[in-house]
Design a protein around this ligand. Structure first.
Ligand code: ADP
Ligand code: ZN
Length: 777
């Protein structure tokens, strides 16, 4: 926007004064100019956070530009103070913030806020400190002697320091003498000891030991992939090694983005580790994004172990850190001590300097998309950051998103393949079980009729139990029964706030809404027609556990879902037990689908492969394919070949058929054909506009108004739908409507959307939001 000046009008001309243009953090797209007071001149640079006066208040702001003069001949107000001792945003991150603001149509201040962890933003540089105490000089023996009787505590501290090599921290002393803080005062005053403040890092891995690991000798496929990545570090694209020489200004050349399509177990992580080692050798830094759910102790351990020689080399950023830990990890990066950052989505904003490589593992994961403003996609932001910082970007997946795959086939990204597992094992055998037939058979045991465990899967589990091998049963739903319906009128018991059926959780006999968490005692009569005939149907993990216990009472099993894994470390402990073969069967939701490697698991059962397929989302089939391939990857990681049973009511759907043969290319080809025919991503970008509110008609009307305005001057090539109720038509008591726009010219479309929504007055109880490249449509 057009910058305005921050001072009150006063007609005097400012000459050759240093001026900072700042973005106010609390106001959308408000850029103002302030004078830099002489005393702060040295400390203020681009990216510095400052406090500035604004309308009788002091507000925080970020310096985005330094100017010699401004077009406003007014007396500028001065910057009041600094926040933090060094710039908190690198020039690269400021550019990235602008890109995000423009692309996702969000105010830039919102992006800047998102870029800093809350603890860093609100309490920067509030480190935990401790006093380091040193014996400065020994008191003369007679004084010391007297001290023993007059002030025995003081004497004890001196003794302690003496026996401790002349030094100790205050917190160490306080463990023995809780009042040490007071007791040391006279000692300091007498000059016998000295005190200095030292920073104590809050390290989430303080107590862990990491045994150093050595690089493995690459397989042929890994070597080829690695060499392409190393070439990319130099800005080279495979097969055009000398274009670099021909580029007139090689320093301006952007580095390539690579897509590593490697089957599970093909050794992608090992390739990452050795590529990063090379990056560090060049004096550069590396950023690794991992989906939150895969950021397990196991993953972190592999990185920490490889780079254990250097104490602070790795910083970890994810949502399970305490605020203090996150603050300290962030400053470890900011102060240049960490060369590698591993983190979930928002770690893409880590303030690393001199980036050499950005890796996005499991790049297809929908969790890379942030679901509130700014609704950015971390993988796409990674590619843009790579362009801005001129570093290589590596996307890795066993089942790449169709967006990335299409970018690779059209040559925008460079495609790397790893088709074989490092252990030389073949992929597990995948068997499709048609549950439609299973139901008709009506075998003797009651639970098989409910369609939970097919006879075939039962036999397979039994076989594993006999052989002392392990089984994973996967179901993407928690709870006992997934709905309660009336046999008379057909209504299901729905959450009153959200238009979805409530799930029975039998352990506490409550119906629970999986959207808003509302709980109620199961009714005995239909809330709608008051008839007593209510019947449960659908099953979740809790029900599966009961069924499996019924059939295999001798088996040792555990269930892993958000209901059972409430206690801290419970997940870790359960997985440890499973790995140690103290458990035969693990039943779980997506918490166990990813990245886990158990050598003794030879059987995986997918209990309801259709649950994702039936979602009203154009990516439903893609998700199902990805999920099946991921889950299948859990079987047969050890000596014995694995087997996977996929129970489905749609055995002939492409997602199921192609996953059966682990045929990613075949799957992608047919799915891309569909997407092209209907102009869906990756052949168009989408913008999803939503309106929600307590009043259904008002929400709908708002979107209709918006629709009319968008219709005027709609950019050419845009396909606009009609306002419709969202798939989740009501949630948290609010009715939800949506409007979908598609275009292959996303910039023009976003600019149009921005113009229209900015000019719209929305009733106060209606919330309008928009999502560029939405994930759930
Ligand atoms: P991915 O990330 O592709 O699923 P990983 O990197 O986890 O694969 O590798 C799978 C297994 O193979 C791991 O146990 C890893 O230690 C091992 N591995 C990786 N590369 C090699 C190699 N070159 N030689 C032997 N084992 C390897
Ligand atoms: Zn609800």
């Amino acid at each position: 926007g057009m910058p305005r000046f921050g001072g009150e009008d006063s007609p005097s001309l400012q000459m050759a004064q240093r001026i900072a243009r700042v973005q106010i953090e609390t106001a959308a797209a408000l850029e103002l100019d302030y004078a830099i007071p002489e005393k702060l001149e040295r400390q203020i640079g681009i990216g510095t956070r400052v406090m500035v006066p604004l309308q009788h208040q002091r507000v925080s702001a970020v310096v985005i530009e330094l100017l010699e003069s401004t077009e406003y001949n007014a007396k500028l107000k001065e910057i009041a103070s600094l926040v933090g001792s060094r710039p908190m945003f690198t020039p690269g991150l400021l550019k990235l913030a602008n890109w995000i603001a423009e692309y996702y149509v969000v105010p830039v201040n919102r992006v800047l806020r998102t870029m800093l962890p809350q603890a860093v933003r609100e309490k920067p540089e509030t480190f935990l400190t401790d006093s380091h105490l040193k014996l400065a000089k020994e008191p003369p023996p007679d004084v010391f002697e007297k001290l023993h009787s007059t002030a025995p505590m003081q004497a004890r501290i001196l003794e302690k320091l003496r026996s401790n090599g002349g030094e100790a921290t205050l917190s160490e002393l306080r463990r023995e003498l809780p009042r040490a803080t007071a007791i040391i005062k006279p000692l300091l005053k007498a000059g016998w000891i000295t005190r200095s403040e030292v920073r104590v890092e809050r390290d989430p891995f303080q107590t862990e030991e990491f045994l150093p690991s050595q690089p493995l000798t690459f397989t042929e496929e890994q070597k080829i992939a690695y060499e392409a990545i190393i070439a990319a570090l130099d800005g080279k694209v495979k097969g055009e090694a000398d274009t670099l020489a021909k580029t007139p200004r090689p320093e301006l050349r952007t580095h390539p983005t690579l897509l590593l399509h490697g089957v599970t177990g093909s050794g992608k992580t090992e390739v990452y580790l050795q590529s990063i080692a090379e990056v560090l050798k060049r004096g550069q830094t590396a950023l690794v994004l991992v989906p939150e759910i895969s950021l397990t102790p196991q993953t972190i351990e592999r990185f920490k172990a490889r780079f254990s020689a250097q104490k602070d080399a790795i910083a970890v950023l994810h949502s399970h850190l305490s605020d203090g830990e996150r603050h300290d990890e962030w400053f470890k990066i900011h102060e240049g001590r960490a060369q590698i950052v591993i983190g979930a989505r928002s770690a893409i904003f880590a303030p690393l300097d001199n980036l050499g490589l950005i890796i996005v593992d499991e790049e297809h994961e929908p969790s890379y998309k942030q679901e509130d403003a700014p609704r950015y996609h971390a993988r796409d932001v990674a590619v843009v950051r790579g362009r801005i910082e001129r570093c290589a970007v590596l996307l890795g997946s066993a089942t790449p998103s169709l967006e990335s795959f299409q970018n690779a086939t059209t040559g925008k990204y460079e495609l790397l393949h790893m088709t074989k597992r490092t252990d030389g094992k073949s992929m597990p055998l995948i068997r499709i079980v048609d549950m439609r037939l299973e139901r008709r058979k009506g075998t003797e045991v009651s639970f098989t009729n409910t369609g939970i465990l097919s006879q075939k899967l039962r036999n397979a589990v039994n076989d594993r139990l006999e052989k002392k091998e392990q089984t994973i049963l996967f179901l993407n739903r928690r709870g006992f029964n997934t709905s309660l319906g009336c046999v008379s009128c057909g209504e299901t018991v729905q959450c009153q706030e959200c238009a979805i059926p409530m799930t029975l959780h039998k352990k506490d006999n409550r119906l629970v809404c999986h959207i808003c968490g509302a709980r109620r005692v199961p009714p005995t009569k239909c809330p709608s027609c008051k008839e007593p005939g209510l019947k449960y149907s659908g099953f979740g993990t809790e029900r599966v556990e009961q069924a499996v216990r019924e059939v295999f009472p001798q088996a040792r099993m555990a269930r892993v879902d958000t209901d059972t894994m409430q206690r801290k470390n419970q997940l870790r402990d359960t997985l440890k037990d499973f790995r140690a073969q103290k458990l035969d069967i693990l039943i779980g939701t997506q918490m166990i689908a990813k990245g886990l490697d158990f050598p003794n698991v030879t059987l995986v059962g997918v209990l309801n492969a259709d649950s994702a397929l039936n979602l009203p989302d154009f990516r439903a089939a893609e998700r199902t394919f990805q999920l099946l391939v991921q889950v299948a990857g859990r079987a047969g990681r050890g000596e014995v070949k694995g087997e996977v049973f996929v129970q489905t009511h749609a055995p002939h759907s492409p997602a199921i058929q192609f996953s059966r043969h682990n045929d990613y290319e075949g799957y992608a080809a047919q799915e891309l054909e569909h997407r092209l025919a209907f102009k869906y991503p990756p052949f168009a970008h989408m913008v999803l506009i939503s309106a929600r509110g307590k009043h259904e008609a008002q929400a709908e009307f708002t979107l209709q108004t918006l629709h009319k305005r968008l219709e005027q001057d709609l950019p050419e090539g845009t396909i606009m739908g009609e306002p419709t109720p969202a798939a989740l038509a009501k949630a948290h008591g609010q009715h939800r409507f949506q409007l979908l726009l598609r275009s292959d010219k996303i910039r023009a479309l976003c600019a149009h959307v921005k113009r229209v929504v900015e000019g719209l007055t929305v009733p106060s109880e209606i919330y309008v939001s928009w999502d560029v490249d939405p994930m759930n449509v």
